[in-house]
Design a protein around this ligand. Structure first.
Ligand code: SF4
Length: 218
């Protein structure tokens, strides 16, 4: 187990000596102690969620957790959850049933002048946090990684991206295959319009994607 002074990089090196369960446990400990990004204070971390699955091989990457440390419970998450429920497969009603969920930044990013309000994580924060994501990807060997949002896509691909330009594209990286997606939050309506889609057509497309992912598990 690593101490509070360990960096995300040293966590990666040491933890690969363990099995997946040990890696994830070590990672939680190190994330919990991490204070690398000062603007992330008060350092509300991604809450451990043992209900999510490791068995399907699908990983879902968010930009960052909400103020309670939850992933995909905001407007984008609700759109994703509705699209999955529309598949109507009783085994996969929730994102947690189908995906191992994680984030580009493990802390909930607050606005400087009003800590009650969220902001997107910065490029530097996602870069600081990327070794944790990288470690998960290497440990889990996901069959497909869905990166939802600009920061999630950039951290997963390890390069800055304009998510509108990579929306719907598949990328081969060392850890597996990545599908980069625009966040389906209703606030992204202008980006959707530029891509020639609407929230409704995007939702139907996501339902088709989730249905295909489920079919591939049979
Ligand atoms: S965002 Fe990641 S690297 Fe930054 S303080 Fe939080 S856990 Fe550490």
């Amino acid at each position: 187990m690593l101490g509070t002074t360990s960096s995300p990089d040293s966590c990666a090196v040491d933890s690969l000596a363990h099995g997946v369960g040990g890696i994830l446990a070590d990672l939680r400990t190190n994330v919990s102690a991490c204070r690398l990004c000062p603007r992330m204070a008060p350092f509300k971390k991604v809450a451990p969620d043992d209900s999510q699955t490791l068995s399907t091989g699908y990983m879902l990457v968010a930009n960052a957790p909400d103020k309670r440390g939850r992933l995909f419970h905001g407007p984008a998450g609700q759109a994703l959850r509705a699209a999955l429920r529309a598949v109507e497969d009783p085994r996969y009603r929730e994102l947690e049933d189908l995906f191992f969920m994680t984030a580009a930044a493990r802390c909930s990013p607050r606005q400087k002048n009003d800590k009650r309000k969220l902001r997107p994580p910065t490029v530097a924060e996602c870069r600081n946090c990327r070794p944790y994501l990288h470690l998960e990807m290497r440990a889990l060997h996901p069959r497909l990684i869905l990166a939802v949002g600009a920061q999630a896509a950039g951290a997963t691909l390890d390069e800055p991206v304009r998510v509108e330009e990579v929306h719907g594209q598949r990328h081969r990286i060392r850890e597996g295959q990545v599908l980069t997606l625009l966040s389906p939050a209703p606030s992204n309506r202008a980006s959707m319009k530029r891509l020639g889609i609407t929230p409704e057509t995007y939702s139907r497309w996501l339902t088709g994607l989730f249905g295909t992912l489920i079919d591939e598990l049979r």
